[in-house]
Design a protein around this ligand. Structure first.
Ligand SMILES: Cc1cc2nc3c(=O)[nH]c(=O)nc-3n(C[C@H](O)[C@H](O)[C@H](O)COP(=O)(O)O)c2cc1C
Length: 166
């Protein structure tokens, strides 16, 4: 797909087919994460792939699993860029860019995704002990969209260009 087609095709999928995602596609999405840019190239992002029975563990921490067979938990830790002037740190920005690369690559591969921030971080950590030393940033739900999956009303509701320019 052309990038412009990927950008047009992506929407938040909230209903998934009961179909596993092929390992090659998972690997391709992780490769997109690996090459994503981060502040000062410090790459303070870790990813936990959750699938199969682990989706039930994920469901303990969030309602937003949408019957998907797969999710990527995007977390941050280690050294990140810190702006000298006001000490703002790049963790969440880095993680969001990594997740966006993954979303777009997944779309390119014919998969649906939903970026999820509505989860309980403490419960997520309890279910996934590997997160103990990291801060979770988002969960990227992923899988094949159900045949009757449709974009939400919000998808079609964007501000006009004139309203986002300063
Ligand atoms: C930072 C962020 C957090 C989000 N968190 C959630 C979430 O917790 N649950 C959910 O269903 N969708 C979540 N979304 C998806 C947005 O609701 C969605 O992107 C927006 O409504 C536009 O719709 P579209 O993605 O279909 O274009 C999130 C998106 C972003 C960028």
């Amino acid at each position: 797909m052309e990038l412009s087609e990927v950008l047009q095709a992506r929407y938040s999928v909230r209903k998934y087919a009961k179909k596993e995602v092929e390992e090659e596609k998972i690997a391709a999405i992780l490769e997109a994460a690996r090459i994503a840019p981060t502040a000062k190239n410090l790459q303070p992002v870790k990813i936990r792939v959750a699938k199969g029975a682990e989706m039930e563990k994920l469901a303990v921490a969030t309602k937003c699993t949408f019957g998907a067979p797969l999710a990527f938990i995007v977390a941050t830790g280690g050294e990140c860029y810190e702006r000298f002037y006001d000490k703002k740190q790049s963790y969440d920005t880095d993680a969001a860019i990594v997740a966006t690369y993954m979303m777009l690559r997944a779309t390119d591969l014919g998969l649906g995704t939903c970026y999820v921030m509505a989860y309980q971080p403490d419960l997520l950590k309890a279910e996934f002990p590997c997160l103990a030393n990291y801060a979770s940033a988002c969960i990227l739900i992923c899988g094949y969209a159900a045949e009757d999956s449709v974009p939400s009303e919000r998808h079609g509701s964007r501000k006009a260009l004139g309203d986002i320019l300063l």
